[in-house]
Design a protein around this ligand. Structure first.
Ligand code: NOJ
Length: 594
């Protein structure tokens, strides 16, 4: 009988013969030859083309401050990332999205940019950046940059000019308004709009005696996207980084770009937020139709470059209708290729019913756009504890890996997710870095907890730095780290690695059609992935009890390609009857239907 690895390689060889690849390329794809990149990352097939690289890529988000420090200052940096490219290649990812590394005062840890076309010395130099891109490319890994489009830092030269006088040529690059006399007879902000990070979205500027608008921190004034000069300058930023060899952009906070010209007050909702403000619906500052004009223009700018550049949006859209528009209004597909699916990421419980409904929904999106999935990121509590039940967290982390890597779409991982890093909040307000944690303490502890240093090994600072890490290394690093977990075939890390390899070797998993099965099952989320004659079954038990399911499909039996937990069978080949598939608590199988 063949083991899973042999099975995989057999299939890979079969598949390559079918598409006419030669033996040297086969070696490369199995990681043996020097030209591995040739197959793993095919040349771009043109914008929106059928075989666009981003359709079958796995993205990996790096929070550069916390990934790998190379110079002992306790802060991760570009050379640190470069030194870990072999790790990333071996893990099996295809592209890295790096959160901002541009010069910044660091109020919002890089999301407040003072210069869009330079590298912050904290992270290295432009030469380090170019070197990293080249080394990544040599390993078949693409680099995606963060494009912070809604706002700049208040230390950006553009804003400094803008705030210097009412008649400065850059005055209109930001959103300035007169105040309004309130019911108390005092001058106050123009309306009730609130910052996402608490309190009024308007800040008074004494020099020119007007308010400026900021959807986020006071130090992050919003750009005025109605101004053509702003557009020109910001499109120049895209061109600058494209010329430095990047493969695309993740566009930050894109739905916030425009505000209601009539400046109407937002409606209040019941209750108060963590900062003590009345809850509000951001009706007049989110998702205005003009956002799509900008996205179309951005797409045109990047499409002028070769390599089929990708646009990913941070689009925490309220429903599938708004999410679908991100691909292009009226199904045109001329905006972004990969809008991140927050509907799915925000399901905060392990619910087969909820996941099935949302996966079905995005699958049927009328634009026929490619879904983009994630469960953890630098703003989101880590999935190990978000979905964990306190008893089976490791097994649940493996289940979530299967959900991410076997559904149809482009998966996006967050650094450390592959080793089961957990959210580790600061214990005391004095230790908090993220300003919202200071403002909202203790209800809102900020986002430090999901940004702790990567856990490479069990040494004192987990192999992240030789200095003092900017955020403490969590105690879990002693056992949850790359070195320890790579020794254990049933670790979270080994599960990710095997699923990533399976996704590469199985065309049905990578690109195949998705079809939900057993749709009334409340506990097991099961679906088929189909490509040509091949049908794979994925069954994910989202409950704490062992379950047995029967799946109606064309075949009667299936060869298990991967079962978790590994259990007695280990990695040995196993054939199951589709009438009786046994799943352990939070266990899953991926199997080829015969
Ligand atoms: C979204 C980013 O992901 C988040 O980290 C940041 O604070 C806000 N945008 C503001 O830029």
């Amino acid at each position: 009988m063949l083991g899973a690895v042999e099975l995989r390689c057999g299939l890979l060889l079969g598949m390559m013969t079918m598409v006419g690849l030669n033996a040297q390329m086969v070696k490369a794809a199995t990681g043996e030859g020097p030209g591995a990149a040739a197959i793993v990352v095919p040349a771009g097939a043109g914008a929106g083309g059928g075989d666009s690289w981003w359709r079958h890529a796995v993205l990996y988000e790096i929070y550069p401050r916390s990934f790998q420090d190379s110079n002992g200052d306790g802060i991760g940096d570009i050379n640190g990332i470069t030194s870990r490219l072999d790790y990333l290649k071996d893990l099996g990812i295809d592209a890295i999205w790096i959160t901002p590394m541009y010069p910044s005062p660091g109020v919002d840890y890089g999301y407040d940019i003072s210069d869009y076309t330079a590298i912050d010395p904290e992270y290295g130099t432009m030469a380090d950046f170019d070197h990293m891109v080249a080394e990544a490319k040599a390993r078949g890994i693409r680099v995606i940059m963060d494009y912070v489009i809604n706002h700049t830092s208040d230390q950006n030269a553009w804003f400094k000019e803008s705030r210097s006088s009412r008649d400065n040529p850059k005055r209109d690059w930001y959103v300035w308004r007169d105040g309004k006399i309130g019911e108390d007879g005092k001058l106050g902000p123009p309306n009730n709009w609130q910052s996402w990070f608490g309190h009024s979205a308007w800040t008074w500027d004494e020099t020119t005696k007007q308010y400026y608008y900021h959807y986020f921190y006071v130090q992050q004034p919003d750009l005025n996207w109605k101004n053509p000069e702003v557009r020109k300058a910001m499109y120049g930023v895209l061109e600058f980084w494209m010329k430095h060899g990047v493969a695309g952009f993740r566009i930050d906070a894109v739905s916030r770009l425009f505000e209601d010209p009539e400046m109407r007050d937002d409606p209040y909702m019941p209750g108060y937020n963590a900062y003590g403000d009345r809850n509000i619906q951001h009706k007049y500052t989110d998702d205005l139709p003009e956002v799509h004009d900008v996205l179309r223009e951005v797409r045109k700018v990047v499409d002028a470059f070769p390599g089929d550049p990708v646009l990913v949006t941070e689009a925490d859209e309220p429903n599938i209708g708004e999410l679908t528009k991100m691909y292009g209004v009226d199904g045109k597909n001329d905006e972004v290729q990969l809008p991140m699916d927050f509907q799915i990421a925000d399901v905060n419980e392990l619910s087969a019913v909820k996941f099935r409904k949302l996966f079905d929904e995005v699958e049927a999106n009328t634009a026929k756009g490619q879904p983009e999935y994630f469960f953890s990121n630098h703003d989101q509590r880590r999935q190990w504890d978000r979905y964990g039940d306190g008893v089976h967290n490791d097994q649940i982390a493996k289940l979530m890996a299967a959900l991410l890597l076997t559904t149809r779409g482009t998966p996006q991982m967050y650094y450390g997710e592959e080793i089961g890093m957990r959210t580790t909040d600061p214990a005391r307000i004095e230790d908090v870095h993220d300003p919202i944690g200071k403002l909202g303490w203790p209800k809102e502890k900020g986002r430090d907890g999901e940004r702790t240093p990567m856990q490479w090994d069990a040494s004192v600072h987990a192999g992240f730095t030789t200095g003092k890490p900017w955020l403490p290394v969590p105690p879990s690093a002693a056992t949850y780290n790359v070195q320890v977990e790579s020794q254990n075939p049933d670790s979270i890390y080994s599960t990710y690695k095997r699923l990533l390899a399976l996704r590469k070797s199985e065309p049905a998993l990578r690109d195949g059609a998705y079809e939900a099965v057993n749709e009334s099952d409340e506990h097991v989320f099961a679906y088929l992935r189909k490509s040509g004659d091949e049908t794979l079954l994925v069954a994910l038990n989202m409950s704490a009890a062992a379950r047995t399911i029967a799946v109606k499909s064309a075949g009667r039996e299936a060869d298990v390609l991967y079962r978790s937990p590994l259990g007695k069978m280990g990695l040995k080949a196993e054939t199951v009857s589709l009438g009786k598939i046994e799943l352990e608590p939070f266990g899953f199988v991926v199997a080829r239907v015969k």
